[in-house]
Ligand binder design. Structure first.
Ligand code: ATP
Length: 306
């Protein structure tokens, strides 16, 4: 067996470059994704996310570098049968019903419609299965798109802004499905600007800035690399405010709380100091840097270097 063996990365991108009329849309990008990983690709508008997706799907030719999709060339038969894609705005023939759309895609992918149709229920469209797609809301079309992408159990699925325009419950359904298919070994690469919702629902973060990959790791390690402080907020009675603040080495006093920052390495020490205050402390909030903070750090560092 060569690279197509199961232990090989599902997707390997190696030194890929793409230039449009002298503008570097993708600049020497390399990363590998393994089976069952849920990976978020983040980046500002025009960072190169869609261009990379199109290169992986074989829709666009790269100028330099290598891409292997399950060991095969992008766009080749072997790559296409194992890969699914959900674009940001998905369109289906308005006169077909949801069930007809899914049956059509099942046949196209060589899957039995009987195996594919339960996906409609999974994305919450069972009751609308016999309605024409033309009557669907944007969120319903997007969920039908997700069901379509899951037909045939792809090994790699690329989702471009999969939750845009969805209500909170539908967003949750999308992430549950992503978790389920990743649990079955599918690699999920999704692009998104919705950082807050990604934080707990992806395993790894890739950040693109001006075509360059400026971060690639799990969130906790990116937090550590960024060295961003942890913010602690200690709740106390107004009459104890000054004493609590002084005992904790100073900190901003806000009516009923004292706030201060500490490094990730000093977190346990700071919590011990808070705990030593006993009954003076009514509550404690610990705010680790969010994905938003980490994203801003890596994007702005890249901007400064450029
Ligand atoms: N076909 C094309 N011809 C010329 N320039 C292009 C083409 N496709 C993309 N670009 C340019 O390449 C850069 C990267 O675009 P891309 O669509 O990949 O960004 P993106 O990260 O997906 O952005 P968004 O978050 O807005 O979807 C942009 O400057 C864009 O204008």
């Amino acid at each position: 067996m060569t690279e197509t063996s199961l232990s090989a990365p599902t997707l390997r991108v190696d030194g890929v470059c793409k230039t449009f009329s002298g503008h570097k849309a993708v600049d020497d990008v390399s990363f590998s994704l393994n089976a069952g990983e849920r990976v978020a690709m983040l980046g500002h508008n025009g960072a190169g996310k869609t261009t990379l997706f199109k290169i992986v799907l074989g829709f666009l030719k790269r100028d330099h570098g290598d891409v292997a999709v399950m060991g095969a060339a992008p766009g080749s038969h072997d790559a296409r049968v194992g890969t699914a894609y959900l674009p940001e705005s998905v369109a289906f023939p308005a006169s077909l019903t949801g069930k007809e759309v899914l049956t059509f895609y099942a046949r196209l992918k060589g899957e039995s419609p009987a195996r594919a149709l339960p996906l409609l229920e999974r994305v919450g469209l069972a009751e609308a299965a016999k309605r024409r797609v033309g009557t669907y809301s944007k969120g319903m079309r997007q969920r039908l798109g997700l069901a379509q992408a899951l037909v045939g159990r792809p090994r790699l699925i690329l989702l471009d802004e999969p939750t845009t325009g969805l209500d909170p419950i539908s967003r949750q359904t999308v992430y549950e499905l992503i978790g389920e298919i990743a649990g079955q070994g599918t690699t999920v690469l999704l692009s998104s600007h919705a950082l807050t919702e990604l934080e707990a629902r992806t395993d790894r973060i890739l950040i693109l800035s001006k075509g360059r990959l400026v971060a690639d790791d799990i969130l906790s390690r990116l937090r550590a690399q960024a060295g961003l402080p942890i913010r602690l907020k200690v709740w106390t009675r107004p009459e104890d405010l000054a004493h609590v603040s002084e005992s904790l080495g100073g900190g901003q006093m806000n009516g009923r709380s004292v706030e201060f920052n500490c490094n990730a390495d000093d977190k346990v020490k700071a919590l011990s100091a808070i705990s030593a205050l006993g009954n003076l402390v009514e509550d404690v909030d610990v705010h680790a840097p969010s994905l938003d903070d980490v994203y801003r750090y890596f994007s702005s560092s890249a901007g400064k270097e450029a």
